[in-house]
Every structure is written in structure tokens, then in C-alpha cells.
Design a protein around this ligand. Structure first.
Ligand SMILES: Nc1nc2c(ncn2[C@@H]2O[C@H](COP(=O)(O)OP(=O)(O)O)[C@@H](O)[C@H]2O)c(=O)[nH]1
Ligand SMILES: [Mg+2]
Length: 304
């Protein structure tokens, strides 16, 4: 299956939701009218795009349509597609260091799919011939390191873990030294997702970053915020806390295979100007697709 097919299949739910709603709206009209705009507004808002963003988007669209004298509804559909594409920052591949160990730090609240992402990424990087080490810096729950060990075994990666309750920064420190000795290419760091207190979160992430930057100049090379796409607008609130707590380089939207509404991606990426790096479309190691903006828009807007 090619990338476009995978993307479309993975997005089946989101496509059902947003694509069907949009197409139905457009099909019911022959000409561009105020009524069409109103129906569009509803279709977009109920697909998890925030009302504010929808208003901006539609007022831009109206202006463009008037300027270009667009009366044909399918022309307006194309214009909408272009405008929505502009909301998403351009895709960029995972950034790896050259000539040193690459460090990828995974953050996000509990249950969004961080540990699963580390597992999937390790499988993906192994396939590219990289030597990967998993770092169990979620020391909060014993089960977290256990879960990561299963992924390490499954993907043939090394793992560094301490006993539960330890200091995440200490696990990372050990991992870096072990990685040097073992000639590792990429360190994938799984972190705890508890968010009971923003100050704690900030302190913990700041400490992790201090250790990383001191040991490996330029690390972390990516700090990816994982968001469960099925959580809708609350995904944005979670993103906000992590955005404030640490500097992020990209987003990963998981569970796009679930009841995800496609709209959330526009909101989150627009809000932070952060590129989406991957979409999670299932629980298996192969259920991760590198995000490609053009393909995503095409998958969302094509009728077949
Ligand atoms: N359907 C689906 N389930 C996922 C995806 N990513 C993770 N999960 C599931 O979500 C649950 C929580 O994932 P986990 O990695 O433990 O989340 P963490 O607490 O952030 O580390 C697990 O049951 C995963 O199998 C995805 O892309 N699609
Ligand atoms: Mg976890």
C-alpha cells in the first residue's frame, strides 16, 4: 500500500466525519451563498475546529471568493482546501543529529500514547538501520518501564530503566553513558505524563533538558508532544501546559484511527505553529505514518 492509501485508510474515521460533512454541504448547493457559508461553519465547528478559527477561516474565504468572483461551489471547495492547507505548518522529517547521538524526547499527558510511540519509532528507526536505545524516564509507574521493555524486546532495541520512583534525569544520565559505550545512534526517551502540578512538570522537564544539553550539545534534537486526537478541544488545553513547561519542536497525533475528528490537527498546529511529525493510526508498530501535509489535505478533501 502506498503512503497515500495508508494515510486515507488511517484517516477513515476523520474522513467520514469532516470530508463527508464538507462534501455533503457543498453538494447541496449550486451557487455560493450566505446559506452555504452558514452550513460550512457548522460542519467545520462540529469537526473539532475551534469556533474562533472557523470564523477567521470563513471570513478569509469569503473575502477571497468575492475578490476572485467565485460563484461556482466546487471552486469554493478548492479555495477552502487551499486556505485549510495554509493553516498547517509545512511538514518536516524527524531531525536527527549528524555525528553524535540523536535524542528524541517524548512528552504528553497520561494515556495519550507516548510509550507506544517510543515503541513504534524504535521499529521505524531500526528499519532505517539505526541502533536505538529506549530510555524509561517515566519512573512514576512501575508498569511504564515494563511496557517499554516489551517494546524493546519486540523491536530488538536496548533499554535503560531504573526501579520505580527514581529520578528521571538520573535514568537519562545513565542512558547517555551507556549509549556512548554501545555506539547507539538514537536515544528515545519516554517520560511521565502526570500533570497534577504545572510547577512540578516544569521543574522535571527543565532538569531533564539540563542533563541532556550538558552531556550532548544540541540535545534534545526533537521534543515531541503527543496528543490523543480523540480528546478534541481538551487536547489543546493539554498542549498548552506542555507548551508553557518546555520548548517543543513538533507534534504527534495519536489514535487518528479511533473516533478522531480531523479538525483538531488544524487547530493545534495553527495555534503553536508546530509541525505535525507523525500520525498514530493503531496499536501495532507499523501503525505510525510520517505526516505529510499535502497528502493529508489530499486524503481529507478527495471524494474517493
Ligand atoms: N487505536 C490506537 N491506540 C493507540 C494509539 N497509540 C496508543 N494507543 C493505545 O493507547 C493506550 C495508551 O498508550 P500508552 O502508550 O501507554 O500511553 P502513555 O500513557 O502516554 O504512555 C494503549 O492501550 C495503546 O495501545 C493509536 O495510534 N491508535
Ligand atoms: Mg507511558
Amino acid at each position: 500500500m502506498n503512503f497515500f492509501e495508508r494515510m486515507k485508510q488511517g484517516l477513515a474515521q476523520a474522513r467520514d466525519d469532516l470530508t463527508t460533512k464538507l462534501l455533503q454541504t457543498f453538494m447541496q448547493h449550486k451557487f455560493v451563498s450566505e446559506e452555504l457559508y452558514e452550513e460550512l461553519e457548522e460542519a467545520l465547528i462540529t469537526s473539532d475546529i475551534s469556533a474562533e478559527l472557523v470564523f477567521d477561516l470563513l471570513s478569509d474565504l469569503k473575502e477571497l471568493a468575492i475578490k476572485n468572483r467565485v460563484t461556482d461551489v466546487m471552486k469554493l471547495y478548492d479555495l477552502l482546501q487551499d486556505r485549510m492547507a495554509e493553516l498547517i505548518p509545512d511538514s518536516s522529517p524527524l531531525r536527527l543529529a549528524e555525528g553524535s547521538i540523536s535524542v528524541i524526547l517524548i512528552v504528553g499527558v497520561n494515556g495519550v500514547g507516548k510509550t507506544t510511540l517510543v515503541g513504534k519509532l524504535s521499529a521505524n528507526l531500526k528499519q532505517q538501520g539505526k541502533k536505538v536505545m529506549l530510555v524509561a524516564a517515566d519512573t512514576f509507574r512501575a508498569a511504564a518501564a515494563e511496557q517499554l521493555s516489551i517494546w524493546a524486546e519486540r523491536t530488538g532495541s536496548l533499554i535503560v530503566r531504573h526501579k520505580a520512583g527514581g529520578d528521571p534525569a538520573a535514568v537519562i544520565f545513565d542512558a547517555i553513558h551507556s549509549a556512548r559505550a554501545k555506539d547507539i545512534d538514537v536515544l528515545l526517551i519516554d517520560t511521565a505524563g502526570r500533570l497534577h502540578n504545572k510547577k512540578n512538570l516544569m521543574n522535571e522537564l527543565a532538569k531533564i533538558r539540563r542533563v541532556l544539553a550538558r552531556e550532548i550539545p544540541g540535545a534534545p534534537h526533537e521534543t515531541l508532544l503527543v496528543i490523543d486526537a480523540t480528546t478534541g478541544q481538551s487536547g489543546l488545553i493539554q498542549a498548552e501546559a506542555f507548551h508553557q513547561a518546555t520548548s517543543l519542536s513538533g507534534l504527534v497525533l495519536t489514535k487518528m484511527d479511533g473516533t478522531a475528528k480531523g479538525g483538531i490537527i488544524f487547530n493545534i498546529s495553527k495555534e503553536y505553529g508546530l509541525p505535525v511529525k507523525f500520525l498514530g493510526i493503531g496499536e501495532k508498530s507499523s501503525d505510525l505514518i510520517p505526516f505529510d501535509k499535502e497528502e493529508f489535505i489530499k486524503a481529507l478533501f478527495s471524494s474517493q
